[in-house]
Design a protein around this ligand. Structure first.
Ligand code: ZN
Length: 142
């Protein structure tokens, strides 16, 4: 059974992106020859990792859980445009979440790569992939 699973994907809870995230997962399954992709959600996706607070340990526990349960070897970090958690954090003094229309995708990329470095300490054998969902429903590489 474990061979049927490949990856765990972390994305934001934002309901506006349900269909886009589902399409991102479907594209990943195609890329993985049909293997399953488990889904984890958090407000702000990788924000929970970067904040290094109580929510961080939850993300680590969830990835450890699916690593043990499904022997995944890949973690996919999916960020998205117009993230409310980024606005909330930016307004509350977290400069790493401040974005403008011009810098938004680059900031998400920087944060996703930084989150991957934190995750690699705990999951050194995982491969990492990065995606970015747009309000128009596109899925781009980060
Ligand atoms: Zn969001």
């Amino acid at each position: 059974m474990s061979g049927d699973f490949k990856a765990g994907a972390l994305h934001c809870v934002d309901g506006r992106f349900v269909e886009t995230h589902a399409r991102a997962i479907a594209e990943l399954r195609d890329q993985f020859d049909g293997a399953w992709v488990d889904q984890l959600t958090n407000p702000g996706a990788t924000a929970a990792i970067l904040l290094e607070d109580d929510s961080t340990s939850g993300v680590f526990a969830n990835f450890a859980g699916i690593e043990n349960l499904h022997q995944i070897d890949t973690i996919v970090l999916i960020e998205h445009e117009d993230c409310g958690m980024y606005k909330f954090l930016a307004e509350n003094g977290h400069e790493e979440f401040v974005v403008t229309p011009e810098t938004e995708k680059a900031v998400h990329a920087e944060n996703a790569y930084a989150a991957a470095e934190i995750l690699k300490a705990e999951f050194p054998n995982m491969e990492f992939l990065f995606r970015y969902a747009t309000l128009d429903g596109y899925i781009e590489d980060l």
